[in-house]
Design a protein around this ligand. Structure first.
Ligand code: TRP
Length: 345
């Protein structure tokens, strides 16, 4: 069976964009047709200036929201990255296969490093090496497919390159993964700036619907979404980014396609009202389930404990094989239990 691996980074509250662009597809489609591994990639949240308490809180919240969204721990492996040593263990080996030039060419690094520099003056080394850790996440599990957004395709390609290079130098060890677009995925853009992806760069929140926003907040944000000049409600990303985004969201909620809604609405107001209703209804069960799960923290912790155990079992053999292949001396097996003296005679 195809193995898929994907992750969410606990750097901010999860958004409608995360949900419609990825998580819903993982829950509704991917976990039913593949052997799925989903990870809260908390180590990745440390690559930029961070608040420890916030990372901890967001990690627990992301795991809880994945469960609330329908990731089923009996079908999928769900865990927190830092609970499984194999990721960091493998990342170092892959650093010995990657080159610094290759890292500096990563688009996300080129975009983020200057921002960090402007903010605090220094860029964490982990921001540069982060794609290698991501490669380790994927390769440790022998994943065939990685359902991610477009902004991550370059990282998955790097993962493939590193895997191929390692295999070629040190012998067949890793499966070569490929990036897939999640099967049911919408590209949700910021409601205030519909040319940039929701949740990417806008910290203000006015254009971002969070999964845990109260219904009246969701409604307000959608009613205040920027629309375009002109008044026809047609789907055209190039000339009508604002309206097209609302049509995309509405279609995704209803399971249709946005082209099909082109021309259906008489006014922006009517479109916004229907979109707001649809989003509120879409998120209602997720919020309710989240609320129940928050009350049952022992359950969530149990899921994550079991998930980490399974993840360790899955990844350990591959990472051990990579350690052997690259030339590291295997530790001697622990001596058998000391035989009691009287029995030794
Ligand atoms: N880099 C991804 C992001 O920013 C998160 C991530 C880390 C990931 N490791 C991964 C995604 C492995 C898929 C597979 O969204």
């Amino acid at each position: 069976m195809t193995r898929i691996f994907s992750g969410v980074k606990p750097t901010g509250h999860l958004t409608l964009g995360n949900y419609l662009g990825a998580i819903r597809g993982w829950a509704e489609v991917d976990q039913h047709r593949s052997d799925s591994v989903f990870c809260v990639v908390d180590l990745h949240a440390l690559t930029v200036d961070h608040d420890p308490a916030r990372v901890r809180r967001l990690s627990r919240q992301a795991a809880t929201l994945l469960l609330a969204s329908g990731i089923d721990p009996d079908r999928s492996v769900l865990f927190v990255q830092s609970h499984v040593d194999e990721h960091a263990r493998l990342s170092y080996l892959l650093e010995c296969v990657a080159s610094d030039g290759e890292m500096r060419r990563m688009i996300q690094y080129k975009e983020k490093a200057p921002v960090e520099q402007a903010r605090g003056g220094s860029v964490r080394l982990s921001l540069l090496t982060y794609p290698v850790l991501m490669a380790a996440d994927i390769l440790a599990y022998g994943a065939d497919e990685v359902p991610v957004g477009d902004d991550q395709t370059q990282h998955v390609e790097l993962t493939r390159d590193l895997a191929a290079r390692f295999n070629q130098r040190y012998g067949q060890t890793f499966t070569l993964p490929r990036a897939t677009r999640p099967e049911v995925a919408a590209r949700v853009m910021d409601l205030q700036d519909p040319t940039s992806k929701m949740g990417k760069s806008h910290e203000s929140g006015a254009g971002i619907v969070y999964l845990l926003d109260e219904p009246d907040v969701v409604r307000k944000k959608i009613m205040r979404a920027v629309t375009d000049s002109g008044s026809e409600v047609v789907y055209d990303r190039g000339t009508r980014p604002g309206v097209s985004n609302l049509l995309e969201i509405l279609a995704a909620c209803e399971g249709g396609n946005p082209e099909g809604l082109s021309g259906v609405y008489e006014s922006y107001g009517a479109l916004k009202r229907d979109t707001a209703d649809a989003v509120v209804e879409l998120l209602r069960p997720v919020r309710e389930r989240h609320r129940e799960l928050v009350r049952d923290s022992a359950y969530v912790e149990g899921v994550l404990r079991t998930g980490a155990e399974r993840a360790r079992e899955m990844s350990r053999p591959t990472v051990d094989a990579a350690y052997r292949a690259i030339g590291l001396l295997p530790p001697a097996p622990a001596p058998a239990d000391v035989v009691p003296v009287n029995m030794a005679r």
